[in-house]
Write a protein that binds this ligand. Structure first.
Ligand SMILES: [Zn+2]
Length: 135
């Protein structure tokens, strides 16, 4: 999908998502990846970020931002449509494979951010044919 151009399905704004920033298809995420595409990076100028208010109980330390209790909403900056979330369950950026207090690999912190965008919220078109609607 090297030449795919992503835009907001709602207002058509180009989101400047780089297909080369997509996580490999076999990357494992605790929070799942169903119906979504996960990016390693996004263009901050194309999205508005909003703290998700949902709080889930979590048994770890105050410094551990669990994936369920701290996710950030990504809204289209043009129309405000919710297009995805930022999770902190990307690959670990530490060489301690057993994680905090030895709870296991899924508890390793810190982690790289994961920009998880809903496929349904994205309009995908071929580069060079962006004006052409549909597939
Ligand atoms: Zn939009």
């Amino acid at each position: 999908m090297d030449d795919v151009v992503f835009s907001c399905v709602c207002c058509g704004a180009l989101l400047n998502l780089d297909p080369s920033n997509v996580y490999p298809a076999d990357t494992y995420f605790e929070a799942g990846n169903k119906g979504t595409i996960s990016f390693t990076a996004i263009d901050d100028t194309k999205f508005r970020q909003e703290r998700d208010k949902r709080i889930f109980p979590f048994f770890e330390t105050i410094d551990h931002w669990g994936i369920q209790r701290d996710r950030i909403k990504l809204l289209c900056i043009s129309c405000g449509k919710l297009v995805g979330y930022i999770y902190k369950d990307g690959p670990a950026i530490t060489d301690n494979p057993t994680g905090q207090y030895g709870f296991g690999p899924s508890q390793v912190v810190p982690r790289l951010p994961r920009y998880r965008l809903k496929i349904k919220a994205l309009h995908q078109s071929r580069a060079g044919a962006a004006a052409q609607q549909g597939k």
